[in-house]
Unconditional design. Sequence first.
Lengths: 403, 403
Amino acid sequence: RINEQRLWDTLMEMGEIGGTEKGGCNRLAGTDLDKQARDLFVSWCEACGCTVEVDKIGNIFARRPGTNNDLPAVGTGSHLDTQPTGGKFDGVFGVLSGVEVLRTLHENKIETPTAMEFSVWTNEEGSRFQPAMQGSGTYVGRFELEAELNKTDVNGIRLGDELERIGYLGDMELGSRHMGAFFEAHIEQGPILEDEKKAIGIVRLGQGIRWYNIEVVGRPSHSGTTPMHLRKDAMLAASAIVTEMNNIAHRHENGLGTVGYMDVWPNSRNTIPGKVTFSADLRNPRPDVLLAMHEELAAFCEKIAKEHELDVNLDHFWYFAPVEFNSSDDVKAATEKLGYSHMDIYAGAGHDACYMADLVPTGMIFTPCLKGISHNEAEYSSPEECAAGANVLLHTMLEASDR
Amino acid sequence: RINEQRLWDTLMEMGEIGGTEKGGCNRLAGTDLDKQARDLFVSWCEACGCTVEVDKIGNIFARRPGTNNDLPAVGTGSHLDTQPTGGKFDGVFGVLSGVEVLRTLHENKIETPTAMEFSVWTNEEGSRFQPAMQGSGTYVGRFELEAELNKTDVNGIRLGDELERIGYLGDMELGSRHMGAFFEAHIEQGPILEDEKKAIGIVRLGQGIRWYNIEVVGRPSHSGTTPMHLRKDAMLAASAIVTEMNNIAHRHENGLGTVGYMDVWPNSRNTIPGKVTFSADLRNPRPDVLLAMHEELAAFCEKIAKEHELDVNLDHFWYFAPVEFNSSDDVKAATEKLGYSHMDIYAGAGHDACYMADLVPTGMIFTPCLKGISHNEAEYSSPEECAAGANVLLHTMLEASDR
Ligand SMILES: NC(=O)NCCC(=O)O
Ligand SMILES: NC(=O)NCCC(=O)O
């Protein structure tokens, strides 16, 4: 069994890097704080004898050798970047459960048949740079390396430059680890495990996601002298689309629709907005339903452009198809062996494991979090809840290594 | 008659300060560019022998003595600050029509019975600092000096500090000019004069304005894991209010409703917005109708707060009551004397003259602008249109001085 107190202390120590007044974390990808968090992870892994390598998109891999290093390694990992108003657990819990597994093996001098690999993936959040799971997606070959390194944040700063600046632009080839299985522990980020009073969620599926940038181009003019019928009000048209995102979500079972980001130009209170740029995020566990939602959004944008006589540019830049996890039964077996209550569940958020499933048999372990709140400074999981997840991760990995 | 070419050259020279690629102007109140524009105005007035004084809110007064300086002066003036994507004419045309009147008197060595005063009012636009017409409103005693100097922009910078920094925090007492009449020339900023093919608008009324800051406080949470029915989505609630602003405007004759400014927090695409702050601008020429519009907005905000189970804080920080101009007939007489076509009109925008009307008999002269477009870099008035307005200003002022 892992050491509950040590895992908790590790989470709290990491949470101080970018820690906010309200007890959350603001540690965006590629920032100085991201560097500090990565450095701490590397130092912890090296203290347990791991060798550490960094790939060309900044993903970090720490390796603990096995007794037979010709066998493919068993991997785990998640991310250390957070939302601007994120919590201490999202992603971090998965990475530090890995560190706790490593420490448990190390202090008990446990030799495993295969090597064990502990990873940190670049920009999983997709907040500062898009899309989300950028590091794992690029590692598995879903995205083109140069294009991703050239992605910029809202201030025009390149991801590649930031990785270089913080010392995490490595030279290891993408997709080159010799891995045979991958497991990721993560807080659920939703309310189901708590409601159902289950310690562990066996994640069967990661739901589909479609991300958009929408640009409404109207005509700036005076709020006091432009008659209503002569306006091309980009804000008014954008608001109609925000409302429709909500309607689309409600029209479909398990549908979700969100506008989280908006930028208004020129953003002056007595000038009718000339341009409004905003994000759209549609999700559904079923690909056919998600496609229908997409088509409704596209049709609505066209309709609004016609009605308001302005331009609506819908840039659908990321489609993440629903993913089935084919090593869920390994997670279930370890959970039952340890005697934890559990249930099958699907992931609402995207995770690095979703992309790793392209390359190797993959499974995910969910743990409850308070009221299901995530991407919020109030995000919380108790020490016991965290320990249960890390124990399941330890035993799932041991089992997979022994096969 | 004034010199059309000289007026035009003056407008173009001033337009270079903060000039934009698209031929507009970005010269926000209290910036270095505002200082440059003020310095140029002062140098032009001094070159014509004026003495210049600055009051405690940064308004500039240039005085050309008359033959009897015991008589109250005849004043004119407007503003040099612009919107972030403003034009070269809004405000500037009024100030430079004054300069052109001054130069015409000066080069023709015309002695006027009363002194003539040429003024520039601080932050008329209300874009960087609120409310609009801050300099004239404070001068006439509508606002309290200290409170206005303490107003901050979105970056927390104080107006008082900016005025001091650019050298325009004067020590002249507010309201202390010995003035007997005030006239302001301004582009219409709307499409009516152009549509009706009239050279001059005799402004009978300035319509009422109500300005608000609205804050919607929801709960940030994950866009992929938070079921629709558990959300407190500040963006969705804000969009409903934006849509309702439009509905309110359409429900009332001559009603206008605009949301020009919006700020989203944390503004991350996979976090449901926790707080959205935005402006609201309601206008109507009739005070009773504007009050009804206000009540509808307030009721709707309450309704949305209940329905979405979140907080909606409506801060109604500025009410500008409709103003009648009681010296409109002087403007009309001068216009008819000069033989320009004209019509009565009301001002959709607020103007410094609206506040000056508190203290002295006041009139406004409107000139057409292309397609009625204003608060837009494409704002345009032709040299002839500008000249007509400046000629009417000259003769209105001469007539008023002679009475
Ligand atoms: N786990 C997590 O919050 N991932 C961010 C990507 C997403 O929006 O689902
Ligand atoms: N003239 C003008 O554009 N004034 C700005 C104040 C307003 O919003 O009406």
